[in-house]
Design a binder for this molecule. Structure first.
Ligand SMILES: Nc1ncnc2c1ncn2[C@@H]1O[C@H](COP(=O)(O)OP(=O)(O)O)[C@@H](O)[C@H]1O
Ligand SMILES: [Mg+2]
Length: 234
């Protein structure tokens, strides 16, 4: 199946995010939601829009492994600022200016995917960067997952906006799968799709992969579906 699907829907969410990044009133936006709902994809699209509007963007992916390492998630951005593992004070002190310099004079959007997995020192640096307006934040977090206090403080104090990301509408869900499968899909199958996914794009991917693997595609136009499945097999 194709690695990246065409973006479907999300016009309102993208407008909200881009306004939050570019407006002067907020220090950025955090996208919260359950796994597979489309948080990372939204952040990627918003970062692209910010870039085309003259912002520098840095992309950081926090993981369970970097969560165990001081400055682990931010390390790729801090190569000049990290003095030694032991000297965390100086690293923190130099972190914001390192970000500022790396942005090369452009306003900076700091994109942090799965920010609930930030290690505490990276979270402290993010907090400083937003508080001092060295960067605006575009973060994703898994809803219901605990996050470092320095990060949660940003939306609890109202410094960044928080957007609850929910599944795609039923119409957008159907449009997405029909576009990927290359044909219109029977009503019964569409009902099944909705029952299984409730608009979550990752589940739609799984559903579509199963359809492509099955011998009886649920499309009204099976010729187009077969052609599409052939062109999407990678
Ligand atoms: N609006 C959308 N249109 C098309 N594909 C999407 C959309 N939202 C998400 N996807 C795709 O669905 C999958 C899961 O989305 P992702 O952003 O990784 O979810 P999350 O970060 O919330 O776990 C990815 O393959 C992504 O490209
Ligand atoms: Mg994600």
């Amino acid at each position: 199946m194709r690695a990246v699907w065409p973006l479907v829907g999300r016009d309102d969410e993208l407008k909200f995010i881009v306004d939050a990044l570019m407006g002067k009133s907020a220090g950025g936006v955090v996208l919260a939601g359950p796994p597979g709902v489309g948080k990372t994809r939204l952040a990627i699209e918003a970062a692209e829009q910010a870039r085309s509007n003259g912002f520098a963007t840095f992309w950081v992916a926090a993981t369970a492994t970097t969560a165990e390492i001081p400055f682990g998630a931010m390390a790729p951005l801090l190569t000049d600022a990290i003095v030694s593992q032991a000297d965390r004070f100086r690293t923190l002190a130099r972190g914001c200016s390192a970000l500022f310099e790396a942005a090369g004079g452009k306003p900076l959007v700091l994109c942090i995917d799965d920010a609930h997995l930030l290690d505490p020192l990276s979270a402290a640096l993010v907090h400083q960067a937003v508080s001092t307006a060295a960067a605006v934040l575009l973060a994703t977090v898994r809803r219901g997952h605990s996050a470092p206090a320095d990060l949660t403080a940003l939306w609890k104090d109202g410094r960044v906006e928080r957007l609850e990301v929910v599944g795609l509408s039923r119409a957008d869900s159907e449009r997405l799968v029909e576009r990927v499968l290359g044909g219109r899909i029977h009503g019964v199958s569409l009902q099944r799709l909705w029952n299984v996914t409730e608009g979550r794009p990752r589940l739609s991917r799984t559903w579509s992969a199963n359809v492509l693997a099955s011998s009886t595609p649920p499309c009204a136009s099976t010729a187009r579906a077969s052609a599409a499945s052939a062109s999407m097999a990678t």
